[in-house]
Write a protein that binds this ligand. Structure first.
Ligand code: ADP
Length: 247
């Protein structure tokens, strides 16, 4: 029988910075290909450090951190777009840096813009877009490289609730279609549950994992999911754990 490697495997991982700050302590986390894991926790509990470890930008100072792919997408709260380039050129950039032939780049850009719903805005510049559309363009920039592991550092944190919920649905659809492994940081309990197959709750001082929840909802999720009794019960339980972590 063939064993499939975990997408991410952290075993007793610690990160201690030279100034003595322990950003992460004794983190055990295994993420299987195709999971969408959401990370919740107070500021300073090491969520970004955990993503940087997964991306290879940071190294563990103890334990073992293994990631099975180098096809990694990384999206931040601030849309990372070059203001002087059109949306299409912004999206093409990373594919070009990967050395793909121009024809392949063009077809990927077209497909990716369609996937994020920006096909009619390919010739616009970032300042002509709404905040939600800029975030879609930022997603497209990473998506064009066809990542196997997609890291999201609070991508929708600066958006209004309506836009955020639409992007939540669109990103879920994208994930179901493209089948990448997702690791998604958020401060919103509702977003963590709605988006995740698993919610990982972290605590600070030192940053660590304190609880994990398998999300009991399947692939089909919509606004009824958000207002269900089961959703409310899980939110309330996670809220109590988070409050405990902050006190
Ligand atoms: P979060 O994303 O959960 O807010 P971070 O991963 O950014 O947390 O940071 C975790 C802890 O590590 C915080 O106390 C932060 O101040 C500290 N930290 C982050 N980066 C560095 C660094 N390069 N040097 C020293 N301390 C750092």
């Amino acid at each position: 029988m063939e064993m499939t490697a975990a997408a991410v495997e952290f075993s007793d991982v610690g990160v201690r910075f030279p100034n003595g700050t322990t950003a992460l302590s004794r983190v055990d986390l295994t993420i299987q290909p195709g999971e969408f894991v959401t990370l919740l926790g107070p500021s300073g509990c090491g969520k970004s450090t955990l993503l940087r470890l997964a991306s290879g930008l940071e190294s563990a100072t103890s334990g073992a951190a293994t990631v099975s792919t180098d096809r990694i997408g990384y999206v931040f709260q601030e849309a990372t777009l070059l203001p002087w380039l059109t949306v299409a050129r912004n999206v093409a950039l990373l594919a070009e840096l990967d050395g793909l032939p121009q024809r392949e780049v063009s077809s990927r850009v077209a497909r990716t813009l369609e996937l994020v719903g920006l096909q009619d805005f390919s010739q616009n510049r970032p300042h002509q877009l709404s905040g939600g559309m800029r975030m879609r363009a930022s997603l497209a920039r990473s998506l064009v490289r066809d990542p196997e592991l997609f890291l999201f550092d609070e991508p929708f944190g600066a958006l209004d609730e309506f836009t955020r919920e639409r992007l939540n649905d669109d990103l879920r659809a994208l994930w179901q279609r493209e089948r990448f492994t997702g690791v998604f940081v958020t401060h919103s309990i509702a977003e963590a549950i709605y988006m995740g197959t698993r919610v990982v709750v972290m605590g600070a001082h030192p940053g660590r994992i304190i609880r994990e929840y398998d999300v009991p909802f399947g692939a089909e999720r919509d606004e009824h999911t958000r207002y269900s009794a089961e959703f409310a019960a899980l939110s309330s339980e996670i809220s109590d754990v988070l409050k405990g972590a902050m006190s």
